[in-house]
Design a protein around this ligand. Structure first.
Ligand SMILES: NC(=O)c1ccc[n+]([C@@H]2O[C@H](COP(=O)([O-])OP(=O)(O)OC[C@H]3O[C@@H](n4cnc5c(N)ncnc54)[C@H](OP(=O)(O)O)[C@@H]3O)[C@@H](O)[C@H]2O)c1
Length: 328
């Protein structure tokens, strides 16, 4: 079968498409999935270049990709038909999901073995043309839930500033922050993405054509915001500390973000951690189905363009999601 692997950390060129990879054997609690599409994330290039904490214990050669959508084609010995049925994961069911944080195996392969706990069924009425969106949903969706609910604890009536509102996580943060009761949501992005940010329900701030700090001050009548959710971090984290109203808090998304400038000033600052789980995947499925989380796929690339896809991810201007076609 076809599978993308890399045998050393480095540039995107270390990613190689193999055509003779062995089909994996599922462990007793695992399901075998024929992958249709794999979602791509900045985490993928950080693991590939070795800069992610996740790269530390990774055995090479390794696969790439964390999340996908596909079809159940088999299961391990603990998962008989009745057990699969009780989970809604019988053979032939379309599923989506992501590897749990502790599972370093990739998903960019025609067939993968993955824990049944890390999958959820895709509702039957969803057309196959929509599968790329489901492939790109779980990692950003679980991140947005962890950010809004577990980490920021957004409350009714708060004013929230999101940096990177048109990115993968940003496109789910906006609707989830509104669902949590925020009354005003400001979101930065390039002017080309302003309309998308507005469609999602936030007030766009075009950081490439205006001074975003002045805009935040203007839009909040000089009060500042209660919460900053910073998916960009690099050039936004430090100036954001001065945009917080008294008692405000900041959440930085990159796992290796340095929070100390905030903590030294007594500002509450945190980094979210994904909590996997079927209940959360089901909640994402319901949100997409009901039209509440209109996550956008900006591009679907073939497997042999994985190196270009990683270059694109690293540029940091992905709109919504980049997705890889595996056997869709
Ligand atoms: N802690 C965790 O568990 C966790 C989980 C998932 C992701 N993450 C991290 O979260 C970050 C975001 O992930 P993602 O998937 O959303 O990335 P992404 O899809 O690449 O989106 C990043 C967004 O940042 C925006 N951006 C770039 N420069 C900016 C600037 N100067 N000011 C404001 N916005 C800017 C871009 O929008 P424009 O094109 O409009 O500039 C882009 O849409 C990554 O570092 C990722 O590794 C952490």
């Amino acid at each position: 079968m076809r599978e993308i692997r890399f045998d050393r950390f480095g540039s995107p060129d270390v990613l190689t498409l193999h055509t003779d990879a062995p089909v994996p054997e599922p462990a007793p609690d695992e399901v075998l999935v024929r992958v249709a599409f794999a979602g791509l994330n900045p985490l993928d290039f950080k693991i590939r270049d070795g800069s992610s904490g996740r790269a530390e214990d990774l055995e090479l050669p390794a696969g790439t990709g964390r999340e996908m959508a596909g079809t159940v084609i088999g299961a391990g010995s603990d998962l008989d038909e009745a057990e699969l049925g009780s989970r809604g994961l019988t053979v032939g069911t379309r599923v989506f999901g992501m590897r749990a944080p502790g599972d370093g195996r990739g998903v960019a392969a025609e067939v993968i073995a993955i824990s049944a706990d890390d999958l959820a069924p895709i509702p039957g009425e969803i057309p196959d043309e929509d599968l790329p969106r489901w492939a790109g949903l779980s990692l950003v969706g679980l991140t947005a839930i962890a950010t809004v609910r577990d980490t920021a604890g957004i409350e009714e009536g708060e004013t929230v500033l999101i940096h990177g509102g048109a990115g993968g996580v940003g496109q789910l943060l906006i609707p989830m922050v509104l669902e949590a009761g925020a009354t005003t949501v400001l979101a930065t992005g390039r002017s080309a993405n302003a309309e998308r940010i507005r469609e999602l329900g936030a007030i766009p701030i075009a950081y490439d054509t205006t001074d975003w700090v002045q805009e935040v001050q203007h839009l909040t009548d000089g009060r500042g915001v209660d919460v900053v959710l910073d998916t960009h971090y690099h050039s936004t984290f430090l100036p954001s500390l001065d945009q917080l109203a008294g008692g405000g808090r900041i959440v930085a998304l990159p796992s290796l973000a340095d929070l100390s400038p905030a903590l030294q000033r007594g500002i509450e600052a945190r980094i979210p951690a994904i909590v996997p789980g079927r209940d959360r995947l089901d909640r994402l499925a319901q949100g997409i189905r009901a039209g509440r989380y209109p996550l956008e796929v900006s591009e679907v690339l073939p497997m042999d363009e994985i190196a270009q896809a990683h270059h694109r991810l690293a540029e940091g201007h992905t709109r919504g999601k980049l997705v890889l076609e595996i056997s869709g």
